[in-house]
Design a protein around this ligand. Sequence first.
Ligand code: FAD
Length: 400
Amino acid sequence: MQAIIVGSGAGGATVAKELSNKGVDVVLIEKGPAIDAKDASKYYSNIDSEVKILRTFCLGGTTTVSAGNGVRALEKELRGLGIDLSDEFEDAERELVVRTLPDSHFGEGTKRIMVAAENLGFDVKKMPKFIDPAKCTPCGKCASGCPNDAKWSALEFVKAAEKNGAKILTDMPVDDIIVEDGEVAGVRSKDKVISADIVVLSAGALETPRLLKKQGLPTTPHIMFVDTFTTIGGALEGIKLNKEVTMNALITFEDFILSPHFSNQLVKRMEARGVKVSSEDVLGIMVKIKDEEVGEVDGDVKKVVTNRDAVLLSEGATIAGSILKKAGADPSTFVSTPVRGAHPGGTARIGEAVDKNLATEVDGLYVADASVLPASPGAPPILTIVALAKYVSKIILTRS
Ligand SMILES: Cc1cc2nc3c(=O)[nH]c(=O)nc-3n(C[C@H](O)[C@H](O)[C@H](O)COP(=O)(O)OP(=O)(O)OC[C@H]3O[C@@H](n4cnc5c(N)ncnc54)[C@H](O)[C@@H]3O)c2cc1C
């Protein structure tokens, strides 16, 4: 069996590793360049829209800039669709070594937020991470690319696939899928054609639907969620949250989560209001919601804040403000960042664009990335995408 995997992020790298591990002849094709994890921030390829959408184009995909948060999401929803990922989640947690970090990796800013939230009666937990504490020297650079390779990224699975014999092609955007008599036959990148009997699309939730649409295959182009977020922050001299492990704690509500988070945007917004602070003097909390699935990937990518999203963001911001105040930040300096989204998904959903085997209408053509997610996770999705990619790999392997 010959398989082409398009895209090397959370979904694609996992499928490449799983299939090559069982002797499948794998070619992993990546639009972006091969990189060192520490340089990942250079490869952001964000989309400007009412809600700005963040992603990266490089080997390892958007996992290279993740905060290292590893939680199970959408388990119930997927089970409702007939997909039980219990074994795959367990495997993913073991391979990514998901755990909470020791107290030595909690800085003063996070600790203050945790204590303040507890005192206000909220249930605060340490965030499960795929970060190796032995290698992590907290520096606040998770979302720029880890300088110590302490955080798991899909680059590890790409390396494992390569070791298994997979061919890795970088700087090669796939432009089209080739279909012959209802069966997939390969892909085309510029004037180059590569043949295979299996093609797995893992180009991410904004690119995979474009490739499907070119073939006239169903997508869900007016559906997109991104887990819209904003960060609320205030001045607290010398707190140095910017040098801590980002998002190291978690407070879960029904439709949103709160997590300690520094953003340079907070400094800029405070400066614009005449508050003099340096990056070391800001305490912040991210409010991340389960947004409504209203968005567009047909033509220009568009994501808006609906009325319901606005209500959830302000509910979360109110609670975040009360925690920040209790933690010692100056309420007269409070600002919020623009709204952004880092978890685009749902654009080729299970049940609409693909079946419960993540198979399209074309024989041999599968999807394994955030496109297939059935609903807004409102939580970090990497572990779920990795689990789904393991699940579809098992299905593909039954074909041989
Ligand atoms: C700043 C930030 C922090 C985050 N932190 C976390 C976190 O802590 N935990 C968590 O669970 N999630 C986190 N996420 C979200 C997570 O990174 C993504 O949800 C996940 O990586 C999506 O996986 P994917 O396989 O769908 O796409 P991606 O990982 O984006 O991979 C898609 C790949 O396809 C490639 N590609 C695109 N088009 C083509 C083409 N035509 N041909 C070939 N290749 C192509 C891209 O270059 C990319 O490498 C974060 C995201 C951001 C932006």
